[in-house]
Write a protein that binds this ligand. Structure first.
Ligand SMILES: [Zn+2]
Length: 225
């Protein structure tokens, strides 16, 4: 999965940092920029991601799925580096992310039980980039099953999460997890399709199978339940 065009966000060293030092281990040494990338610049970006402890796949100058996920994970871990403008609405920001099958309204759905509880909120601005890798996984899954996917639980405020019995540090509270279901395909089939995508290296994250829905998140390492 490459970015929607040949223009991609990539990490660049900040040449004018305070001391002018080579300090790639510092988050503020890097800045993301949207550019057309030649291979040697992609390699530099991949090296930057690797030095930051993220896995961009082979340092080969090709912007593939692992590099894209590593980049997006970098942005979600360093929200001050993200491309979210301070005054931008979620809807305006979301429209630029290249998500094909899900709307901003679906992604901000607060969960069925919140209609009564009224404890949930919209995700904090700094967490917005965290949901994009997970939505890219579901975009691909939607392509492969060829029928609609319904998002039933995405962001949960800590209060809402604890009230509905969610795990304390649930990735739903970090806006990188989605519970979803389909009227056309069983949970077992959806779950197994995601498992195959994960094995192929399309993403790293958690997969949970429940009778009526599937959980997926892109926490950066694999987990199963
Ligand atoms: Zn979940």
């Amino acid at each position: 999965m490459v970015a929607p065009s040949s223009r991609v966000f990539a990490l660049f060293p900040v040449h004018h940092d305070r001391e002018g030092q080579f300090a790639p281990w510092r988050a503020d040494y890097w800045r993301p920029r949207l550019v057309n990338l030649p291979a040697h610049i992609i390699q530099l970006s991949q090296l930057g991601l690797k030095v930051q402890g993220l896995d961009p796949g082979p340092i080969d100058g090709t912007w593939g799925p692992l590099t894209q996920f590593a980049y997006e994970r970098y942005v979600s871990l360093n929200p001050e580096q993200s491309s979210v403008e301070p005054s931008e609405t979620f809807s305006a920001w979301f429209a630029k992310q290249g998500i094909r099958h899900f709307s901003d309204k679906e992604v901000l759905f607060r969960g069925a039980r919140d209609a009564k509880l009224k404890l949930n909120t919209d995700p904090p601005r700094a967490s917005w980039p965290a949901i994009i890798p997970t939505l890219r996984v579901l975009d691909l899954l939607r392509d492969s099953v060829g029928s609609p996917i319904r998002l039933i639980s995405i962001y949960r405020s800590p209060a809402y999460n604890s009230r509905i019995g969610g795990e304390k540090n649930s990735f739903h509270t970090k806006f990188c997890a989605i519970d979803f279901q389909s009227d056309f395909v069983s949970s077992a089939v959806l779950h197994s399709a995601l498992g195959k995508m994960r094995t192929k290296g399309v993403f790293k994250g958690g997969l949970g199978l429940y009778p009526k829905f599937v959980h997926v998140d892109t926490r950066g390492y694999n987990a199963n339940w």
